[in-house]
Design a protein around this ligand. Structure first.
Ligand code: HEC
Ligand code: HEC
Ligand code: HEC
Length: 170
């Protein structure tokens, strides 16, 4: 309790660097740590983004695809060589939103399955798909658009299989 309080004070105050957020958001902080942005940060390069560049503060809502692309654009103008990277991130994040909606719909359908064994296996498969989606979110933090799209495609495949199974179980 005390530890969480100290950490939250730190967020409200001066330090919004990845190390402030890392204790509670390990996967995203580790992914960020693999990017060149982190290398810049630790060498004291003030041009580098931190967690707060996109999230402002912890209570800030999750970032949309359009906000994300705009945020890359503040440091990487569209004339720059790596324009395709922000665009890939944007479309990936928009895809994640759609996939989560699909999970919610399938969850609702699973709730109506009568057979307990069928219900359990659909719920397990949905948990696996949500995990794949969370790996996509981690890829966002590694600034890895390719992996983001690959995880989205994997999750889409999992959800299609679940929809097929539901059609049979109904
Ligand atoms: C003391 C632990 C702790 C620290 C430190 C912390 N967070 Fe969080 N954060 C949480 C918890 C708990 C949640 C809620 C998780 C959930 O709802 O699944 C959360 C949720 C979030 C969310 C999601 C908000 C939403 O609307 O869904 C974001 C973004 C976030 N934190 C960013 C940050 C950033 C950036 C930092 C560092 C500046 C940070 N957090 C530091 C514990 C922490
Ligand atoms: C370049 C922009 C950017 C930076 C920098 C960034 N994030 Fe995020 N973050 C996002 C986006 C975009 C999402 C939402 C993706 C989605 O789920 O649609 C997100 C989602 C989150 C979430 C909540 C969603 C979840 O499923 O876990 C947490 C927590 C979070 N980020 C923590 C961090 C931490 C910690 C750092 C620093 C190490 C960080 N972020 C740096 C763009 C960023
Ligand atoms: C606060 C400023 C800032 C933001 C925001 C930012 N970057 Fe960067 N980025 C930099 C700097 C500075 C460099 C290193 C100098 C350079 O290569 O331009 C860099 C380098 C990169 C590189 C080169 C990495 C490498 O290994 O060569 C990529 C790719 C990149 N950024 C993508 C992104 C994407 C995608 C976003 C948005 C999701 C983003 N950046 C947001 C400042 C930023």
């Amino acid at each position: 309790m005390k530890l969480a309080f100290i950490a939250l004070v730190a967020i409200g105050g001066v330090d919004a660097s990845p190390s402030t957020c890392a204790p509670c958001h390990r996967a995203h902080a580790d992914a960020f740590g693999e990017s060149l942005h982190q290398t810049l940060l630790v060498t004291g390069d003030r041009r580098a983004p931190t967690c707060a560049t996109c999230h402002t503060a912890m209570r800030a809502r999750t970032v949309s695809g359009a906000q994300l692309e705009a945020s890359c654009g503040t440091c990487h103008p569209s004339a720059a060589a790596r324009v395709e990277s922000p665009a890939a991130m944007r479309s990936g994040v928009d895809t994640l939103d759609g996939l989560r909606l699909q999970c919610d719909r399938l969850d609702a359908a699973a709730a109506r399955i009568v057979d307990p064994q069928d219900k359990m296996s659909v719920r397990l498969a949905l948990a696996a798909a949500r995990y794949t989606i969370s790996e996509g979110v981690t890829a966002v933090h590694a600034f890895d658009g390719e992996r983001l799209h690959e995880r989205c495609a994997a999750a889409r495949g999992q959800l299609e299989a679940i929809a097929d199974a539901l059609a049979i179980a109904r």
